[in-house]
Design a protein around this ligand. Structure first.
Ligand code: ACM
Length: 725
């Protein structure tokens, strides 16, 4: 909880009311309330009501325990509740069953072996939609795993599970009218995505029952079991059936539904073929018979659209309907899905590509390629769920990629997830803001093969999403959240989950002060509490190294190494950061080559601002080029120089490669440059693991101008920072 740290300690009675209370307070008593999500209003008083779980949940209606749903409680929002615990006992009131359920989750989280702390809580969610998405196509997870995840979702007041049921990797739901979807398109030759998809030009699906086939699907009975379980947990399950892209598996079973009429030829439905529309309606009809969810997700993302450009049927439809391009063709199909679902009393939701070619009138958008599509949709007066990749993709790494199980890329540690605010002040008018329904994190499972790994990627990051979705923004604070989330690791383990235990790595942030020519380095840990010790000379810290308190000031250069210590022992591996307040900071820089506009992170000055890029090229420090880097730095006057270095990243998943070589040229007049040689990369372009190389030229020069060239070999070059001494 946020402010009343003191108060939260006070409720065991020990800290505020003196020795008498101390005598009655068990020394091992948990003295901090660690609710997640943090309630919207909570006050805590000294005292504990003695009760156990059986007394609490077995005796509702007794003298001391009152649980009540009262529809007349109009001051409470639908999912809200009021909970008072004092010397008289427990009083929990809500307007709806959902509210009562959430009040009970709060009670479960408050309950300790000693009883319940005295609290007065009035609580309701910030957003109605608080979701997790789960891709069961790339890897199939049995219904028991889905239920296990729902246990944790409910405990932290998440209320929506989005099941990605179909994709190229396998169709995962029984459809009676199209039995071949599961008999021919739910199994494949390989579980390993890198073997089956990334590096194979000959990937194959297998018929159900083939020995060694990998895959699976939910029968209708399985789906009913999942839905019955979800209902008990007040979780709405939204099914996603992909149209018109990401559908290779469908054409294994029903090749006539793609443009070429043959399997293994396209990812997209043939929109010019009326049978595609019949299929869509038939499948959605069976899906609606099973799922009570008002929202039905129809995908819409990443269609290739290539086949449509040449397909006579698609071209004829475009002509007939005056569709000017393939975006409008896709939109034609999605509009049809929208009308169909709306006519059945449901609502269509899709990924933000459904805006391309014209958004259909009742559609709700999931904004995944950043936030702007979401804000744009809200401004158009239509509903949105925010799920931007840079914050809320749980297939991204959550700690140093070099030390984690292989993932798709990216970098969304829990601190970053927690920092997300779906509705920053002033982003939308009050009326528009009503269209931001809430928030969802997505777990795509290309590289996640087991339930244990799935849980490791989802938890505890999902708890950050729970708090984003529930807690008022002004009550959210990372430092406070991290102290609570650390206490939840054993709780999640007790639920049978395999959470990431939070990292011993340290996060470095910097404050470059050009007035005083110094850099202050701040360290932060996910672990709490954390005794952080550091050195500035690159040596491994020991238990007698300086204790980190509130910033390390660097006037020139430092090789900071820092680590967390527990009982005098260094935990994990030390984290490192080189910091230089160097000669180039603030000097002017001219780029001879055009920059790739999407990655001018940090602005023109980013290479000379003292802030060094971290583990992800999306941290606002790295600059990306699809061309060669060619820049000239003007130091303002002839200067004695001894070293010029620049650092580059490689991450082949998103096409980021080391330069073939880096060349340094220097000049006194800005016209005549002399080369000081080239330094080649030592890293193979086939090295798929995140890596960094610093290219350092040493010498004794007098120069005013420094030119750096880095030769692009393919994809992107990412560079930061140029350090000049
Ligand atoms: C998505 O990540 N393709 C929605």
């Amino acid at each position: 909880m946020l402010i009343p740290k003191q108060a939260s300690k006070a409720w065991c009675g020990a800290f505020l009311v003196g020795s008498l209370a101390l005598a009655s307070c068990n020394q091992t008593f948990n003295t901090q309330i660690n609710l997640i999500p943090e309630p919207s209003e909570m006050s805590i008083s000294a005292g504990v009501f003695k009760i156990d779980s059986a007394g609490l949940f077995g005796n509702a209606g007794s003298k001391h325990v009152h649980f009540a749903v009262n529809p007349e409680l109009s001051e409470l929002p639908a999912e809200g509740y009021r909970l008072r615990i004092d010397g008289d006992g427990v009083q929990l009131d809500a307007r709806t069953e959902a509210g009562l359920f959430y009040g009970k989750q709060t009670l479960l989280q408050l309950l300790t072996p000693e009883g319940l702390p005295y609290v007065d809580i009035t609580d309701a969610p910030r957003f109605a939609y608080r979701g997790l998405h789960l891709d069961v196509s790339r890897h199939f997870f049995p219904k028991e795993e889905v239920m296990k995840i729902m246990n944790a979702m409910a405990y932290y007041k998440l209320n929506t599970l989005h099941l990605h049921l179909t994709d190229a990797a396998g169709w995962r739901i029984q459809i009676d009218k199209y039995p071949k979807l599961t008999s021919e398109a739910a199994y494949r030759t390989e579980s390993d995505w890198r073997k089956w998809w990334d590096s194979s030009t000959d990937r194959k699906y297998l018929t159900e029952g083939t020995p060694g086939a990998y895959g699976g699907y939910y029968t209708k009975e399985d789906i009913r079991d999942i839905l019955a379980y979800a209902k008990e947990k007040h979780i709405n399950v939204i099914p996603e059936i992909e149209f018109p892209g990401h559908s290779e598996e469908v054409f294994i079973a029903y090749p006539e539904l793609c443009c070429a009429g043959k399997p293994y030829t396209s990812s997209d439905f043939c929109i010019g073929n009326p049978k595609s529309f019949q299929f869509m309606e038939d499948v959605l009809t069976e899906v609606m018979e099973l799922f009570p969810s008002e929202y039905i997700h129809v995908g819409g993302d990443e269609a290739s659209k290539a086949a449509w450009k040449k397909c006579p049927k698609c071209q004829a439809l475009m002509k007939r309907e005056h569709l000017k391009d393939v975006n409008e063709l896709q939109s034609y199909m999605i509009h049809h899905a929208d009308s169909f679902l709306t006519s059945k009393g449901r609502k269509m939701i899709g990924w933000d590509e459904i805006m391309e070619g014209g958004l259909s009138p009742q559609a709700t958008v999931m904004s995944w390629r950043g936030e702007s599509a979401g804000f744009q949709t809200a401004r158009m007066g239509q509903d949105v769920v925010m799920t931007p990749g840079n914050y809320l993709y749980f297939d991204f790494y959550q700690a140093d990629p070099r030390k984690q199980p292989f993932a798709i890329g990216g970098y969304t540690p829990i601190r970053k997830v927690y920092s997300y605010n779906p509705l920053p002040a002033d982003s939308l008018t009050a009326e528009e803001a009503k269209h931001i329904l809430g928030v969802q994190a997505n777990t795509w499972t290309e590289y996640i093969t087991t339930p244990e790994h799935l849980e490791y990627m989802m938890f505890p990051r999902a708890l950050a999403v729970a708090e984003i979705g529930w807690t008022p923004q002004d009550k959210r604070d990372w430092q406070d959240f991290k102290s609570r989330v650390n206490t939840q690791i054993p709780v999640l383990q007790k639920m049978g989950l395999n959470p990431f235990p939070l990292s011993y790595e340290l996060d470095f942030s910097m404050d470059v002060d050009t007035a005083n020519k110094q850099i202050t380095v701040y360290l932060d840990a996910e672990k709490y509490p954390a005794e952080i010790r550091y050195t500035t000379d690159g040596s491994v810290p020991t238990s007698s190294s300086p204790l980190y308190q509130d910033g390390i000031i660097v006037k020139d250069s430092a090789d900071i190494r820092a680590a967390i210590f527990e009982q005098g022992k260094l935990m994990g591996e030390p984290s490192e950061k080189r910091v230089d307040y160097h000669l180039g900071i603030g000097k002017s820089i001219h780029f001879n080559n055009r920059l790739y506009p999407g990655y001018m992170a940090g602005g023109e000055q980013a290479l000379l601002d003292g802030y060094r890029g971290g583990l992800t090229y999306l941290d606002g420090r790295w600059q990306g080029y699809t061309d060669n880097l060619d820049c000239v730095i003007d130091l303002g006057e002839t200067t004695e120089l001894h070293s010029v270095s620049s650092r580059y990243m490689q991450l082949t998943g998103p096409w980021v490669y080391q330069p073939l070589y880096v060349e340094l040229l220097i000049s006194e007049d800005g016209k005549n440059f002399t080369s000081q040689g080239q330094i080649p990369t030592t890293i193979s372009p086939d090295d798929a693991m995140l890596n960094f190389q610093t290219y350092t030229f040493n010498g004794d020069w007098k120069a005013r101008y420094i030119q750096l060239k880095a030769k692009n070999q393919k994809g992107f070059i990412f560079v930061d920072e140029v350090v000049i001494w």
